[in-house]
Ligand binder design. Structure first.
Ligand code: URA
Length: 244
């Protein structure tokens, strides 16, 4: 049984700020299990208590999971002076929960960023030992040779350790070919450095899936939505047939 402050619970899942909750409590507009709450800082178990604000039962969620389609030019850190961050793209209600990106993308990389306030889940999907692959589509400056593609797949040293195997697939055979790559680690500029290792260059990079969950194609650049519990669970239930 985890007890939490009433004002914190309400502020985390409604548009009310803690200050506003205090006022609502004073007015008798907040009920806990049918009785008017007397203090906004009273401790309750949100899993078992029914909280009503102005007659509406609030839907408490312990954690939140948000899929964001990051546009180019936006940084993945939670704060960076003079820059638009992924947190600037979501509304106050979500930001106030203390969400952070579970894995960063470079400023010029687009696509799937998962925002959550669930630290343990973020750790699980980022830890290479948990085999949650991240899938990217990229345009390269030129085609890899067969030997390079094999070396890319099996891994080579980076930052003093051997990269874990990745899965590479040629999606479009062109002057500037398009590849799909699935990686498990999240080293700084990892994919760009993997291509630079072969004197190649990544011209465009987009994350299209995290584990078994693909970026919703209906999400415009900069748009986001909450995941359903099934979608959240599908992240860690992965079809690993392509990645060894
Ligand atoms: N690899 C990169 O080089 N950049 C990213 O943004 C993600 C993976």
């Amino acid at each position: 049984m985890a007890l939490e402050r009433l004002d914190k619970i309400i502020a985390s899942c409604t548009a009310y700020s803690r200050r506003e909750v205090k006022i609502l409590v004073k007015r008798g507009a907040v009920l806990v299990d049918g009785a008017a709450a007397r203090f906004s800082d009273m401790k309750i178990d949100p899993q078992t208590s029914a909280i009503t604000v102005n007659g509406t039962r609030i839907a408490y969620q312990k954690f939140i999971y948000v899929m964001l389609n990051k546009p180019a030019g936006v940084v993945s850190s939670t704060e960076e002076k003079g820059m638009t961050t992924v947190l600037d793209l979501v509304d106050d209600e979500i930001r106030r929960r203390g969400v952070f990106p579970a894995g960063r993308l470079d400023r010029d990389t687009t696509g799937f960023v998962l925002l959550t306030d669930d630290g343990a889940f973020a750790h699980d999907i980022l830890s290479p030992s948990n085999h949650v692959t991240k899938t990217y589509i990229l345009t390269a400056a030129h085609k890899l040779t067969d030997a390079q593609a094999a070396e890319m797949t099996w891994g080579f040293p980076m930052d003093g350790e051997l990269l874990l195997p990745s899965a590479l697939r040629l999606v479009k055979d062109d002057l500037q070919p398009v590849y799909e790559i699935k990686i498990r680690q999240g080293k700084y500029h990892q994919i760009k450095r993997m291509f630079a290792h072969f004197d190649n260059q990544v011209l465009a990079l987009r994350r299209v899936a995290i584990g078994g969950l693909s970026l919703d194609p209906d999400l415009q650049a900069g748009a986001y939505r909450e995941l359903t519990p099934e979608e959240k669970n599908s992240i860690t239930v992965e079809n690993n047939s392509e990645s060894r």
